[in-house]
Design a protein around this ligand. Structure first.
Ligand code: GLC
Ligand code: CA
Length: 530
């Protein structure tokens, strides 16, 4: 195993959407002191790192992914003093802090862009991409053309995402210096890592029509993170995930990123963002297995995840969020988090959160689904549109965390939060989960404890067992004689025989007398160590 990975394999990252985690001052918006007040909660669960989605000054056209000052905390979240307190408290509790670095674009309110758009002669003009006529026919991720006219200079600027998110011109060496200085600013404060937003977009090739993964991508990443003093910093990129590209970014001696997210298993069960398609968990199993094999072969870090702030709940799409919600949520957790890699959990996953059902578009805030709504209004019926948006909106996972069943769910003292609570918050909240015999939270806690206690789960090899057996995922993790067997049955009852005998370590249902028969979503973990 690569030396620099050793510490990474012990990480368990808990992703926080700051706006929706915990409000400390009664304005209905989550904030840094809210996060501070929940550090013990995160620790008790078993995570040892937090990733904070952007907390920097921002007009919030894309919930902070439009940064107007990279060195300031948005007042809505608190102050720099609050951040310093949070960082110190986290470190004291053994929790690392990972920030979100948004380097492909700034906010149109960023001082660089205000200057840049004022005149062609302005020294910041070259910090962005300009053209007298749109250079390409690219569509912006959040709707409309990717090129927006700018009156004062009589030019168009590029925005791969919202109009308020102009793309930064990384071919300009001054821009690269700026981002290096931003990274150094936060590292000097003591942060432990960065999650790098859409990092593959920072190099483009207009002639070849490439809006990402351009010819200078790797050179730029190395320039940013290859510097000696950053070699102990943890980095995970949101970037191109072809095998070739991952090798180029994370391969030994590349000095680029430690890891890159793989999202292919999260595309199962849907076409584009808004259309469900028939699916099988076996498809997910196949993808996970292929990545386990690939990352083992090349000694790469793999990220274990099912949820984040950009996707509706995995369990709602791929599992069962009805009568078997507990069984399915814990089964999925077992299947994914006992694999080799770094677990990333998203807030709310640990209580088995599920998608919402709203009947009015006013319950949504996300720039992406609102852009889609605008484009499709009149094309699709209102009912159909809402059905699609309920299924696919990113707001599903961005709703305020329900800590209890009270009217404000322990999230805030304000009468209403910034975004309506999930429609099932009365039923799905932390207090109710803990009061239940079937607690998703307690299962997650035990599962993460198992990872900590067994080196084979953290560092061991991965081998699939009964590869061709359908509707289940069975594998063995092994490290220097320690051997763990993981059995996850999917949605139908089936007999699974011929497995090696071992001591039961964990299961999501009572296993006694089961005689090889696994109920829907039943899973079990055995110690096979001789
Ligand atoms: C990433 C973020 C997403 C954001 C986009 C633009 O995909 O995860 O939330 O909207 O980049 O910054
Ligand atoms: Ca607040």
């Amino acid at each position: 195993m690569r030396k620099e990975f050793s510490a990474c394999y012990d990480l368990v990252v808990y992703q926080i959407y700051p706006k929706s985690f915990k409000d400390s001052n009664g304005d209905g918006i989550g904030d840094l002191l809210g996060v501070l007040s929940k550090l013990d909660y995160i620790k008790d669960l078993g995570a040892n790192a937090i990733w904070l989605c952007p907390i920097f000054k921002s007009p919030q056209c894309d919930n902070g992914y439009d940064v107007s000052d990279y060195r300031a905390i948005d007042p809505m979240y608190g102050s720099m003093a609050d951040f310093d307190r949070l960082l110190a408290a986290a470190h004291e509790k053994g929790i690392k802090v990972i920030l979100d670095l948004v380097a492909n674009h700034t906010s149109s309110e960023h001082e660089w862009f205000r200057q840049a758009r004022s005149s062609r002669e302005n020294p910041y003009h070259d910090y962005y991409y300009w053209a007298e006529e749109p250079l390409t026919d690219w569509r912006a991720e959040f709707g409309g053309s990717a090129w927006e006219y700018n009156e004062p200079t009589g030019e168009y600027y590029l925005h791969s995402f919202a109009v308020g998110q102009p793309d930064v011109n990384w071919t300009n060496p001054k821009v690269r210096e700026e981002y290096k200085a931003i990274v150094d600013f936060w590292v000097a404060k003591g942060v432990d890592g960065f999650r790098c937003d859409v990092l593959d977009h920072i190099s483009k090739d207009f002639e070849k029509g490439l809006d990402r993964n351009g010819p200078h991508l790797h050179e730029y990443i190395r320039e940013l993170f290859g510097r000696d003093h950053l070699q102990d910093i943890y980095t995970v990129g949101e970037a191109e995930t072809t095998e070739e590209s991952i090798l180029a970014t994370c391969g030994e001696d590349r000095r680029e990123l430690k890891s890159v997210f793989q999202f292919s298993h999260l595309a199962v069960g849907r076409k584009g963002r808004y259309t469900p398609v028939p699916h099988k968990m076996d498809e997910v199993k196949k993808i996970l297995t292929d990545w386990q094999d690939f990352t083992a072969k090349h000694d790469l870090l793999y990220i274990l995840l099912t949820d984040n702030h950009d996707r509706p709940w995995f369990n709602s799409r791929m599992g069962n969020d009805g009568a078997l919600r507990y069984e399915s949520a814990t089964n999925i957790a077992t299947m994914v988090y006992l694999l080799k890699g770094i677990p990333f959990l998203y807030e709310g996953q640990e209580i088995g959160c599920a998608n919402s059902l709203f009947s009015d578009i006013s319950a949504f805030d996300d720039v992406e689904c609102l852009g889609y709504y605008k484009e499709q209004k009149g094309v699709l019926s209102e009912e159909k549109l809402l059905e699609e948006i309920n299924f696919g909106s990113r707001d599903n996972t961005r709703r305020p965390f329900a800590w209890d069943a009270s009217p404000t769910h322990g999230f805030t003292d304000a009468s209403a939060p910034w975004l309506p609570y999930a429609t099932r918050s009365d039923e799905i909240n932390l207090a109710s989960d803990l009061a239940s015999e079937k607690s998703v939270w307690r299962y997650y806690r035990d599962l993460l404890a198992l990872r900590r206690e067994h080196v084979s789960i953290r560092r061991g090899s991965f081998k699939q067992v009964k590869k061709w057996k359908k509707d289940c995922f069975i594998y063995v993790r092994e490290y220097e004689g320690e051997k763990i067997l993981v059995v996850c049955n999917f949605e139908r009852t089936q007999k699974i025989t011929g497995l090696p005998e071992g001591r039961l370590l964990l299961s999501n249902v009572r296993r006694d007398g089961a005689n090889g028969v696994y109920a829907p979503y039943e899973c079990a973990v055995y110690d096979l160590t001789k």
